[in-house]
Design a protein around this ligand. Structure first.
Ligand code: URA
Length: 244
């Protein structure tokens, strides 16, 4: 569900502030009833009208991108650096990334114009598993993995339980490859977790997001999600709701 004023703004009716004005002045109906208070939540199936005219809501679209390195997870950048939506030049809908990957991180990133699903997926209580492969400095041992799995303190707060596995270790280069699955989405979380155990990340890739993997996608390539994949994502987010 999304706030009514945000949906109006997204649909191009008016700016967020002007949309709030339209609401408070009684111009907006939701499912036939005038709504004047702020903060009302609406979903994809609600009929929204402004002065009796239904608003046009874009057809929801869903993509999985294999984000390349050196690209910002945003729709625009004030310093004119490349952003992930540059890779979708022919898509008319106003899509945006769900969550973020760092500039130098590669891998699975969902882009959509479905604000409702996007919020569901990003909410920490919904616990979508995200699996990363990190190339880290040093020879990592079982004890360090246990620390990652149990949770380490990052910026004053312990991370939630995770799953970790050593994929390979190269003593001559003093490098380990580690797979880490987490369901939180704090800023720079994976890098901070490895930093906390004394193994800084040199390279990071998100291999999967929920059940979605990068199979068949080279960096910079994307594909549309299939209906069952969207269903699975929505289901995973609602089933894992720890407040239910
Ligand atoms: N954790 C990080 O540290 N960076 C990312 O890009 C994603 C998760």
């Amino acid at each position: 569900m999304e706030r009514l004023q945000k949906v109006l703004a997204h649909a191009g009716v008016a700016s967020r502030r002007k949309s709030e004005e339209l609401i408070s002045k009684g111009h907006v109906r939701v499912n036939g009833t005038v709504v004047k208070e702020m903060g009302v939540l609406v979903g994809n199936s609600d009929l929204i009208e402004v002065d009796g005219v239904p608003i046009y809501r874009e057809e929801p679209v869903y993509f999985l991108l294999n984000k390349p390195r050196n690209m910002i997870t945003a729709v625009s950048d004030d310093k004119d650096r490349p952003v992930v939506t540059d890779l979708f030049p022919n898509i008319e809908q106003r899509i945006y990334p769900v969550g973020r990957l760092d500039y130098d991180t590669t891998g699975a990133l969902i882009l959509t114009n479905d604000g409702e699903l996007s919020q569901l997926l990003m909410h920490p209580k919904h616990q979508i598993d995200k699996t990363y492969v990190a190339k880290v400095k040093g020879m990592i041992d079982r004890k360090s993995l246990n620390r990652l799995e149990k949770g380490v303190v990052v910026e004053g707060k312990k991370t939630a339980p995770a799953k970790a596995k050593i994929l390979s270790a190269d003593r001559s280069r003093d490098i380990s490859m580690v797979e880490l699955t987490i369901h939180e989405g704090r800023n720079r979380q994976v890098k901070n977790m490895f930093q906390a155990i004394g193994h800084p990340v040199e390279k990071l890739k998100r291999e999967s997001y929920g059940t979605l993997t990068l199979d068949g996608l080279q960096p910079g390539e994307w594909r549309e999600l299939k209906t069952f994949e969207i269903y699975q994502l929505r289901n995973a987010a609602t089933q894992n709701d720890t407040t239910n």
